[in-house]
Write a protein that binds this ligand. Sequence first.
Ligand SMILES: Cc1cc2nc3c(=O)[nH]c(=O)nc-3n(C[C@H](O)[C@H](O)[C@H](O)COP(=O)(O)OP(=O)(O)OC[C@H]3O[C@@H](n4cnc5c(N)ncnc54)[C@H](O)[C@@H]3O)c2cc1C
Ligand SMILES: C[S@@+](CC[C@H](N)C(=O)[O-])C[C@H]1O[C@@H](n2cnc3c(N)ncnc32)[C@H](O)[C@@H]1O
Length: 642
Amino acid sequence: MRPAPLVPAVPAATADGTPYSPLYDDIYHSAHGGLAQARHVFLGGNDLPARWIGAERFAILETGFGLGLNFLATWQAWRESRARGRLHFVSVEKHPFRRDDLAALLAPYPELELLASQLLSQWPPLTPGFHRLHFDEGRVTLSLLFGDAQALLPQLSARIDAIFLDGFVPARNPELWSSALLAAVTRLCHSGSTLATWSVAGEVRHALESTGWKLERCPGYATKREMLVGRLEHAVSPAPILESSPHTAQRRAMVIGAGLAGTAISERLAARGWQVELLERHAQPAQEASGNPSGILLPHLAKDDALAARLSRAGYLYALRRLHGLAAVRWSPCGVLQVARDRDHEDLQRRTVAELELPAEFAAFLERDAATDLVGRDVAHGGWWFPGGGWVSPGSLCNALLAAGREHIRARFETEVAALRQTATGWQAFDAGGTLLAEAPHVVLANTHAANRLLARALPLTPIRGQISYLPEPWREAVSALNHVVCRSGYITPPQAGTVCVGASFDSDDTDLTPRPADHAGNLQRLDELLPGAARGIDPALLEGRVGLRSAAPDRLPLIGTLPDMNAVPESSATLEKLLRLPGLHALLGLSARGMVWAPLAAELLASQLDGEPLPIERDLVRAVDPARFHLRALRRGKESL
Ligand SMILES: Cc1cc2nc3c(=O)[nH]c(=O)nc-3n(C[C@H](O)[C@H](O)[C@H](O)COP(=O)(O)OP(=O)(O)OC[C@H]3O[C@@H](n4cnc5c(N)ncnc54)[C@H](O)[C@@H]3O)c2cc1C
Ligand SMILES: C[S@@+](CC[C@H](N)C(=O)[O-])C[C@H]1O[C@@H](n2cnc3c(N)ncnc32)[C@H](O)[C@@H]1O
């Protein structure tokens, strides 16, 4: 189902200056101070910081992010405590504030200034879905779930240690306190999880007690006589759904392939303290598909905001946040104009932005005149404008990821894995001569369709040949004033370090790596469709370029997760959750034509799965990229394999 567009919160205040919601006719926090309330009710009520000292990771779930005071108070307390692990703060919010409004609401808290400014600098555009933000070199992670808690909590995969119940008063905000919602919260908890809330309403107590919470009334904050704290004695069934691997206690992995996929997962695991051995057959990273001088970064939009579009939006926004936070990546958020194919497509683009009510900082529709003004030369039609998008040098991103994780990553180049063997404790990798190269409890296949050579049963990955062309002087003159990426079926990047890239051809099952003049001619034609006249007079025979192989699944979505055991006999009603997996054998494959969009989020998802952390995307999106999906479909069709 298409998620409802977000309705932002409207900032208002009561006569005494307390933030107030006209929508719910209630205040955001106690009139006696939001920060002190956060510390007394939510931190104190959950026995924090004491409980997180010594924990490797600690996860908090909040209902109602509001101004973020509870989050900021928690983050501040985490910093000031002796915590050494990783804090996950997950908060669901139906009506987020716009960034400027949030900034104004947080301005009266000088002691939070430093943390608030970091939160504001990463504050996502108001689009529905999960948004993951990292702070303090990844030791603190905030997952903002934008949308209605009733729809989003069942989509969360997490194991939660402490709950902050902080809706508006139950009488005016009943859905955030309903038994169904509290049951959804409880489903994510384990025995020993705790909760705290300022509300002692009878319905809330009864709903919590009926799901197994042992409650206690404690002195409330300021004028409130009482508040509620609770402890879950016995986890409910079904228990929290998280990938759990028998080998997770040993946080060691080998990763095969040092392109975008392999360097991204190595860095994400390294950030969690894993030891990673990265094996790459070339002498350097990013020598194959990830070796182009630049690739473009933009999301895929669809009028029904279907699964692929939601996934792409999550990937795009996460990639941008990572790029802004990584040193030494060559990239530019110069904006991307996606020109419509024709009048009908133009109309579809216009209606998509309007119907999804997308915020302009994420995507806008520009009529042809406005698009022409933006680009500085004639474009054939109007188009989608993604102001935060741009181009990235994938090789520089790979190097930056390796540098970020260097303390935990041992990269071994000119090392080709020819075979994998499963052992009682994990996996071994061998070269073509049968020499053992490495062994580890986990192995991540990040080597595109070449992974199939290492697997007993092939995954449905197809190589797709792509050729880009470089525009040399003097023809580059025609586009020298170009400040943005312009794309349609092809793309052109603005001049950078003397290179203008025009791309790209797209030929399935073609693995010839030699550049062809005919494909340069095709790229010139794509350029001409984008910017009429820009390719005039250019001789394709004189162009240089580069060929790479994308690798794609039939549904064009990536393969992220633990591989299924295709020899296991499934139950008659097989589901992805029930399928047996090959312990420790994971995929980060099939990034197709969107490696820049997929790789950072895909790596974060897989690392979260391996480390038993809250997952960064909705459960239906996790299922959509599960590498076992094809096996499951084949089983359902009655075939024994793919
Ligand atoms: C022409 C072209 C244009 C593109 N344009 C864009 C774009 O504009 N935007 C975008 O987002 N994406 C674009 N892409 C897609 C993007 O480049 C890919 O999705 C991405 O680079 C894939 O990264 P990867 O790490 O999965 O694969 P690769 O970069 O191919 O890395 C796989 C690595 O595995 C290694 N390897 C393989 N087998 C073994 C083995 N047995 N042992 C050891 N090492 C092994 C290989 O040597 C290689 O280094 C484009 C791709 C092409 C080809
Ligand atoms: C009391 S405020 C939370 C204050 C916040 N915890 C803080 O620290 O500033 C309650 C919040 O719950 C949100 N909310 C209400 N109903 C919701 C729902 N169904 N799903 C998600 N959020 C909801 C409101 O928009 C509001 O921001």
